[in-house]
Each structure stands twice: as C-alpha cells, then as structure tokens.
Design a binder for this molecule. Sequence first.
Ligand SMILES: Cc1cc2nc3c(=O)[nH]c(=O)nc-3n(C[C@H](O)[C@H](O)[C@H](O)COP(=O)(O)OP(=O)(O)OC[C@H]3O[C@@H](n4cnc5c(N)ncnc54)[C@H](O)[C@@H]3O)c2cc1C
Length: 382
Amino acid sequence: MQDHQDIRDAVAALCQDFPGPYWQEKDRNRAYPGEFVAALTEAGFLGCLIPEEFGGSGLGIGEASAILEEVHRQGCNGGACHAQMYTMGTLLRHGSTAQKHLYLPDIASGALRLQAFAVTEPTSGTDTSRIQTTAKRHGDDYIINGQKVWTSRAEHSDLMLLLARTAAREVGPKPHDGMSVFLLDMRHASGRGLTIKPLRAMLNHATTEVFFDNLRIPAASLIGEEGRGFRYILDGMNAERILIASEAVGDARWFIEKATTYACERRVFDREIGKNQGIQFPIAKSYAETEAAALMVTKAAERFDQGEPCGPEANMAKLLASEASWAAADMCMQTFGGFGFAEEYDVERKFRETRLFRIAPVSTNLVLSYIAEHVLGLPRSF
Ligand SMILES: Cc1cc2nc3c(=O)[nH]c(=O)nc-3n(C[C@H](O)[C@H](O)[C@H](O)COP(=O)(O)OP(=O)(O)OC[C@H]3O[C@@H](n4cnc5c(N)ncnc54)[C@H](O)[C@@H]3O)c2cc1C
C-alpha cells in the first residue's frame, strides 16, 4: 500500500499559503478561490491524471486521491476544481484523437478550464434517465434546449461536459439509451443561447443554474457515439467516487486533529476537557471510523489503477468516508462547544462543507441500493 508521502508533503506546503482566514473571506462573500485553483494548476496537481503525451503527469487515481485528501486535511477545499480531474476522463477515454489533441494539452497547462459537469436537472437528480435537455442535430450543428441545476463552477470554466437527450427516453430499449455527451465550449456560447445564474447555497461551491435556449454548437462537440452518453459518464463514476471519498477522509482527519488539539487545551472545571472520556471516546470512535474508510478508499484506488473492476469498492469508499466525515464534523462541533459556531475556528464552515458528501455526487441511499442489488443480489427495488 502506497501512501504517496512526497505528494502529500508538497500539497501540504502549497496549502500553507491558504490558511483559514483566506477560506473564511471566500465563504463569507461566496467568492471563487481563484488563487488557490491557480496555485494547484501551476504546481501540476490538477493535470495529474492527464497522460504525459498530452502534457499531464500521467499519474493514477492513487496519487490524485492523495492530492485531494491532503487539500481537505489542511482545511482547504477541492470543490472549486476537483471536477477537472474526473470529467477529463470522459474526454480521454471516449473523445476522438482530434478532440484530445485540441483540448487536453491546454487543460493540463491551465490555459483551458474543464470544471463544469452538467447532468442534474430540476426534475431529475437521482434518476438521470429523466433528463429533459435535448440536443437536436441540424446540419453541421446541434441545437440545445433545456435547463440544468447545480452545475457547479460553470462561471469559472471554459468547457462544460453536458449530458443531453438526442433521442426520447421511450425510443431506446433501455431508459438510459438516447443520451449523449457534449464538450461544450462556453467561451463561444455565452449570450448566444447560454445563460448561467448563480445559485446561493449552504456552502461556497460556485454552483449555478444553466439555461439553454436554442444554443447552436458544432456537431464536432459530440463525444463518442450518439446515444451512448450515459455509459460514458458511468465509466467515470468510479473515479469520481474514489476522489470524493478521499476528500471526505481528508475532512474527517482535519476534524479529528482540530478536536484533539482543542480537547487538550480547553480547560473547564480546572481540567482539560480531553481528560473526560465523554470527550475522548467520540474522538477515538471517529478516528477508528476514518481509518477504516481510508482503507477502503485505498483498496478502491488500487483496483482502479490496476484496471480491475472496482464498483463495489468505489461505492463503499464513498459511503464509509462520507459517513465518517459527517460523524467527525458533529463530534468536532460538540468538542468545541459554542466556539464551534464561531467563524474564526473554521469548524462551522467545514461542517457545512462536509455535509455535501452524503448527497452529492450520489446520495447514501443510492449507494446502499447499488450494494444491495449489484453486490448482494437482493431484488431490484426501482
Ligand atoms: C452543492 C451541490 C453541488 C452539485 N454539483 C453538481 C454538478 O456540478 N453537476 C451536477 O450534474 N449535479 C450536481 N449536484 C447535484 C447532485 O448530484 C444531486 O443533488 C444528487 O445527485 C441528488 O439528486 P437530487 O438532489 O435531485 O435528489 P432527488 O433525486 O430528488 O432525491 C431526493 C432524496 O431521495 C432519495 N431517493 C430518491 N430515490 C430513492 C430510492 N429509490 N430509494 C431511496 N432513496 C431515494 C435520494 O437519495 C435523496 O436523498 C450538486 C448538488 C449540490 C447540492
């Protein structure tokens, strides 16, 4: 088992330039941490999964996982840029040679940002087959109509990976047939049928609503074959789950370290609160849960990098890590008492941020349903 300590040390050193007050200010103003994203890009971390022939460093999910875990462990947040790591895989695996040469080197250098991934719609989150955004072929173009919601980072991205229907749900043999993936160049679309509206949320995530009104895009924007888009997106989901799980482990480790330090310093009734087992045990329990989740993340990443099937492990990693980070957040808040609510300690911010992992990109129930049906062979529920 590799721990990639050299990568972790380099990420930790970079994060020192982005301490709590930096994130507090961004959070207060719902501002994009552009300086942090630029620093990660410049250091080559965001291009780590792009093969060397396209200007990236050609590393594996194990290394990418270490990068994102360390970002979160240091109190920073990868949500502003992590999508670049996993959405790029769809282009890499299913894009044409021309598309790869056109985009990947610029994504690796940071000249182009691929941060927006538009799947969810107001009437279809969990059930992707119900998306209503359409892409209709018109000569050398496609015309896009519809609406997306929760499209994070769309205002801070040049490219968007878009899932749209090229055939109605009823047409194909399966509900997920008839969806296609497009690499939409937003630099040429703004004001010509593409409207992006910020969506203020519980956390600072640069998330938006996106409206398509007869947006005309070149047919060359299609990735792979028409109608196979859902399969292409699905291919990238294990990577996404492993990387999100790594962020959750990073958060959990941050909460545990914060709580431990505070419990050793804070004195109540003339003794450190950490002397009370009522304070110690929740921290210890969190530690055990987090270490167990981290082992599953490592197992999933290793299988992924060896090219072995890793659906069960990636899903279990996401489930266990998001539950561990949420339990650690609550434990940390309880250890801090009232000061946990004060902005300057960062606990309340991280508490809000880590809650997301139990819902997005896939909710706990859907992971449990996957394990029940596909791993244990229980009857199909929906
Ligand atoms: C901050 C934020 C950022 C996001 N960023 C992006 C992004 O960049 N791109 C993107 O495409 N999407 C994004 N999302 C959307 C996210 O992926 C969805 O919110 C998520 O997939 C859940 O979909 P939903 O919200 O529509 O919930 P729904 O599908 O409405 O489900 C509601 C609840 O019911 C549960 N449920 C539904 N069906 C079942 C069932 N059969 N059995 C048991 N439970 C069930 C779900 O688990 C969920 O808890 C983001 C969301 C948030 C909050």
